[in-house]
Design a protein around this ligand. Structure first.
Ligand code: BGP
Length: 481
């Protein structure tokens, strides 16, 4: 077989602070929107839950609630166990580790005069541990959380003031970690603001008549913040690379009926809107009619267009778990962010996500054709329930199958000319689910002894996939069996 993966290919794994760290309100950390997310559980597995709007009353209740189970407050205790966890990642041969920084750990209220030194010191220690093992940190500046104070006082990203607070936060990170972190991402799955208005947008549902318009306005502010952040990153760390991050939704037409094909083209437009702005530096014309049809009027101020033009990203990172089908039929199945029509050619995970490795290659080719910038697959993986045997082994052949098939397709896309920087499967160590706050929906190579009720020893155990991935990395993707 031809050599496919470049020598500097960044193999690794991905996580997010709010699903991993725990240490809720410890060492000066402030409240985050993720800290108010209740455990939802199995009954809701195939529903889309990230987008639940929250009112002020609900948020204030969650802050006082003593009975509810809020798993994201506890994560998997990475805050106290990062050394052990990073050592295990190094044992697998990771070249990179994707993690996010919790904004309220650095600025507890989002807009404090001074950053929280204990928070900054924590990430210093994490990066030092990575670098000690030759692992490049890949840092997401904002991943599905937001300082609660700014949600309660200024309705999050709906306020233009949030741009300045965010850029100051990002600048603080760049100045502090300029010698340690060379790969950055601005907003995780920026296109999901439409579903995570509260979680990542900090927008309370109270008093908003047109939530869609609010989300696009908030999105405009995130675009500006992202562009200003990209510019700062280039100024402060000239040898760094900074990318955008898209939840890629590859949507096939249900049939060759031109109406279905048109629906898939339109689905692409709604998805690529975000990368079009962040990579090409301007709003695409196709959004004008969408905004008009939906009564969305965005407040774009003088100078905004220049900011967007001057802050385009260096690469396109994306998550890919599944493909979707669009068309006239109504047959729904589950999905990480949106439901879809069932694809009769594909199997689905226990959560109803349609497993489609070839779809990953299709989507990579499509994105590279559209933008000609390097791609980075920063999330992919299979959420599944694992069983621990009596001799403490986890035989997760289903996960190996899923990952092998996807890596195979990445290799083929590279052979076919697509430029790819790296691959970081999601939840390389088991962590709390973003959508349902379950622990039993596991993605990791490393098992964490913790259940949905928050009980367990937190012991880390290597799964079969751990040894498999170790071999994949050691052979630079040549040996996938
Ligand atoms: C992505 C998010 C991640 C993550 C993943 C899996 O959309 O960026 O944070 O958790 O989906 O989703 P879940 O945890 O709901 O299974």
């Amino acid at each position: 077989m031809n050599k496919r993966f470049p020598d500097n290919f960044l193999w690794g794994g991905a996580t997010a602070a709010n699903q991993l760290e725990g240490a809720f309100l410890e060492d000066g950390k402030g409240w985050s929107t993720a800290d108010t997310a209740l455990y939802i559980g199995k009954e809701a597995r195939t529903q889309m839950l990230l987008g639940e709007p929250m009112t002020r009353d609900q948020v204030e209740f969650a802050m006082k609630d003593k009975k509810g189970h809020y798993p994201k407050r506890h994560g998997i205790d990475f805050y106290h166990r990062y050394k052990e966890d990073i050592t295990l990642m190094a044992e697998m041969g990771f070249k990179t580790f994707r993690l996010s920084i919790s904004w309220p750990r650095i600025f507890p209220n989002g807009n404090d005069q001074e950053p929280n030194e204990a928070g900054l010191a924590f990430y210093d220690a994490v990066f030092d541990e990575c670098l000690k093992h030759g692992i490049e940190p890949l840092v997401t500046i904002s991943h599905y959380e937001f300082p609660l104070h700014l949600a309660l006082t200024q309705n999050g990203w709906l306020s233009r003031d949030t741009i300045d607070h965010f850029v100051r936060y990002a600048e603080t990170l760049f100045n502090r970690y300029k010698d340690k972190v060379k790969y950055w991402l601005t907003f995780n799955e920026i296109n999901i603001i439409g579903m995570t208005g509260y979680l990542s947008g900090g927008i309370l549902a109270d008093g908003i008549d047109n939530m869609l318009a609010a989300q696009y306005q908030a999105g405009h502010h995130q675009f500006l913040a992202s562009a200003l952040t990209v510019k700062k990153c280039h100024e402060i760390i000239p040898d760094a690379k900074i990318g955008c991050m898209l939840a890629r939704m590859e949507a096939y037409p249900e049939t060759c009926n031109p109406q279905d094909v048109l629906a898939s083209v339109k689905a692409d437009e709604m998805n690529f809107f975000y990368t079009d702005v962040q990579i090409r530096g301007e709003y695409p014309a196709y959004m004008d009619s969408f905004f008009e049809e939906n009564g969305v009027v965005i407040d774009v101020q003088e100078g905004d267009r220049d900011i967007l033009r001057e802050g385009t990203v260096d690469f396109l990172s994306f998550s890919y778990y599944m493909s979707m089908v669009v068309g006239e039929s109504k047959g729904e199945t589950g999905g990480n962010l949106f439901g879809s029509i069932k694809n009769p050619y594909l199997k689905a995970s226990d959560w109803g996500w349609q497993i489609d490795p070839v779809g990953l290659r299709i989507t990579m080719k499509k994105m590279y054709q559209r933008y000609q910038v390097p791609l980075f697959i920063v999330e992919n993986g299979l959420g599944a329930e694992d069983v621990v045997t009596e001799d403490k082994r986890i035989h997760d052949a289903y996960r190996i199958d899923y990952l092998r098939d996807h890596i195979e397709q990445i290799g083929l896309a590279i052979q076919e000319g697509v430029e790819v920087m790296g691959y970081t499967p999601w939840g390389c160590i088991d962590l709390v689910s973003a959508s349902t706050s379950e622990m039993s929906k596991r993605y990791g190579f490393i098992y964490v002894d913790l259940d949905d009720d928050g009980k367990g020893t937190l012991e880390r155990i290597r799964k079969d996939s751990f040894y498999w991935y170790q071999k994949v990395i050691a052979t630079n993707g040549e040996e996938l069996a």
